[in-house]
Ligand binder design. Structure first.
Ligand code: GRF
Length: 216
């Protein structure tokens, strides 16, 4: 069966991109990276794409007068590459309503927090300041609000005594690298349906057990 064609949008180091590339390399994975697009020239994620032999391109937002003209080029490049699902992976540009609605339910993002808690930047600092006992990450469909949209997969990790933002970020990032490929697989297998702003996953095993922190 034809594999789902992914367009991965990045702005930086691309560790989530790498997890997607690695997942796609596994036999039987139902998706492939058709294109990597960065809005920032020279970032390490582009080297990762090149090393994997994946077509990559830079569309530098600074070369465009406004967001719509930047996004028109991004859109054209994605369409040209036959992209079927757009995956934001550390892509640090806000997207306009026009772009988001054009790719409605075909545009997903990963965010390093348990949404709807802590949208936006500095999530780890804010989670530590709030004293939450669990943190985590979320893959979700993109809507026009910041880090808003139907949730596909989440992973939770404990916050530990003495955590620094970097330590917590590293614990969460490890889970990001697991759940982004998982969400892509579910989408590619046609198991995801969105209704009333919520995601329904066909054939998923129930998630059982509870995490308690500090442990009982
Ligand atoms: C990740 O933490 C992701 O959740 C957030 O930006 C970071 C990107 O990291 N949206 P990388 O470029 O994938 O390593």
């Amino acid at each position: 069966m034809a594999r789902l064609r992914l367009g991965v949008l990045i702005s930086g180091r691309g560790s989530n991109l790498q997890s997607i590339i690695d997942a796609c390399a596994a036999p039987g994975f139902p998706a492939e990276v058709a294109l990597v697009l960065s809005n920032v020239p020279g970032v390490f994620g582009l080297d990762r794409a090149a090393k994997a032999g994946i077509p990559c391109t830079v569309v530098n937002h600074k070369d465009y007068a406004d967001r719509p003209s930047f996004e028109a080029v991004v859109d054209a490049v994605l369409c040209e590459a036959g992209v079927q699902l757009v995956c934001l992976a550390g892509f640090m540009r806000l997207l306009t309503e026009g772009f988001v609605s054009r790719w409605h339910d075909r545009l997903i993002n990963i965010h390093p927090a348990l949404l709807p808690a802590f949208p936006g930047l500095h999530t780890h600092e804010r989670a530590l300041a709030a004293g939450v006992r669990f943190a985590g990450c979320t893959v979700h469909f993109v809507r026009s609000g910041t880090d808003d949209g139907p949730i596909i997969v989440q992973a939770a990790v404990p916050v530990l005594d003495g955590d620094t933002p970097d330590a917590l970020a590293a614990r969460i990032l490890e889970q990001e690298h697991r759940i982004y490929p998982h969400a892509i697989r579910l989408f590619a297998e046609g198991r995801i349906r969105v209704s009333d702003g919520r995601v329904h996953v066909a054939g998923a095993r129930p998630c059982t057990g509870a995490l308690v922190n500090p442990p009982l």
